[in-house]
Design a protein around this ligand. Structure first.
Ligand code: NAD
Ligand code: ZN
Length: 351
């Protein structure tokens, strides 16, 4: 089979590798029909994730067709069309039962980051992929949901919803600010309305992305490079600050923007993955009664978000900006990696 293989920082190749096969009775092998590229894949490509080994097949998002299942798989059979969750868990360990499959304790996932596809095990940017714990990691795809929307459910929609909106405890009537309008921040924008946010403020310096935020439900967009960005948000909240500030960039400056914007008693939900320490100004924050949360996505909300997409109650078409054949994945990487010029958000590859 052909696959996108990581060979150390800066080098990926589309090359012939041995076919993915069943290893454990709880595995399935899935033929990839549609996959996509995540910002995390670019972090890996740039060498920011040293735990990814030379020879690893990348990718953790995708839709495919089951071709083979192990004897222990009960929910899926060859021919089933499925969405692959980016996090795979055994379903029975302490963490999986506590709804934290991202910390699954099953043996191969002992690094503390569970079974993230395309990281410690081979991923979905390939013609075939082995999926461990298929019963809990694969979700039947309804025929009415197009692949290119379903693929958003592997990672970005659950991430923006679980770690942004849910950890931020958005309540009916709230004002929510989302700092960073990349695919993940836009997923928070698109899902903040599910809990009845009255105002959703998207903040970025990329005007094209702010336009997409509007199409996904933002009620106000703010250019973070303008000198009065904070005043614009304060005006929109009558001077109080926002109820929930969601950080979806992953740099110290934007974390500080969130702690600056939140009202007393509000929530800061950090979604961004930080490569450097942030400034946590507890000397100022303690008196504000602010709650700060963060975490790795668990994808436990995937089935619920899928039902909403299927029902047309979560219109997410605006995410998909570019389409490629799977064999042209290196072109897709170049397009996605140069988003400032190409205006790429989600770049989708199909078989
Ligand atoms: P992205 O790089 O595509 O988007 C980041 C956005 O931030 C861009 O639109 C950029 O213009 C904007 N930005 C940069 N600097 C800014 C500033 N100073 N002010 C305002 N906006 C600014 O990234 P993404 O794929 O959307 O992911 C966002 C973050 O979420 C990343 O850190 C990623 O690693 C993280 N992530 C976390 C999880 C999790 O489980 N917690 C899962 C997936 C991704
Ligand atoms: Zn587990």
């Amino acid at each position: 089979m052909k696959a996108l293989v990581f060979h150390g920082p800066g080098t990926i190749t589309w090359e012939e590798v041995p076919d993915a096969t069943l290893v454990e009775p709880t595995d399935a092998v899935v033929r990839m029909d549609t996959t996509t590229i995540c910002g995390t894949d670019l972090h890996i490509l740039h060498g920011d994730v040293p735990t990814v080994a030379d020879g690893r097949i990348l990718g953790h998002e995708g839709v495919g067709t089951v071709v083979q299942v192990g004897d222990g798989v009960r929910n899926h059979a060859p021919g089933d069309r499925v969405i692959i969750a980016c996090i795979s868990g055994c379903g029975v360990c302490t963490y999986c039962r506590a709804q934290f499959p991202s910390h699954c304790l099953a043996p191969e996932g002992t690094s503390g980051i569970g079974w993230v596809l395309g990281h410690l095990i081979d991923g979905t940017q390939a013609e075939l992929v082995r999926i461990p714990f298929a019963d809990s990691s694969l979700h039947r795809l309804p025929p009415t949901v197009p692949d290119e929307l379903a693929v958003l459910l592997s990672d970005i929609l659950p991430t923006g919803f679980e770690i942004g909106v849910r950890y931020g405890q958005v309540q009916p009537g709230d004002t929510v600010a989302v700092v960073g309008a990349g695919p993940v921040g836009l997923a928070s924008v698109a899902t903040a309305g599910l809990y009845g946010a009255a105002q959703i403020i998207a903040i970025d310096r990329d005007h094209h992305r702010l336009d997409v935020a509007k199409r996904l439900g933002a009620t106000l967009t703010v250019d973070s490079s303008s000198s009065d960005w904070k005043a614009q948000v304060m005006t929109a909240t009558g001077g109080a600050g926002v109820d929930v500030a969601i950080e979806a960039v992953g740099i110290p400056e934007t974390f500080t923007m969130c702690t600056d914007l939140v009202r007393p008693g509000g929530h800061v939900a950090n979604v961004g993955v930080h490569g450097r320490p942030v400034e946590l100004a507890l000397q100022d924050l303690w008196i504000q009664n602010v709650t700060i949360t963060t975490g790795l996505v668990n994808t436990t909300t995937l089935p619920m978000l899928l039902r909403l997409v299927e029902a047309g109650k979560l219109p997410v078409e605006a995410f998909v900006t570019h389409r490629f054949a799977l064999a042209d994945i290196l072109d897709a990487y170049r397009t996605f990696g140069n988003a400032a010029q190409t205006q790429a958000l989600k770049v989708v590859m199909t078989r």
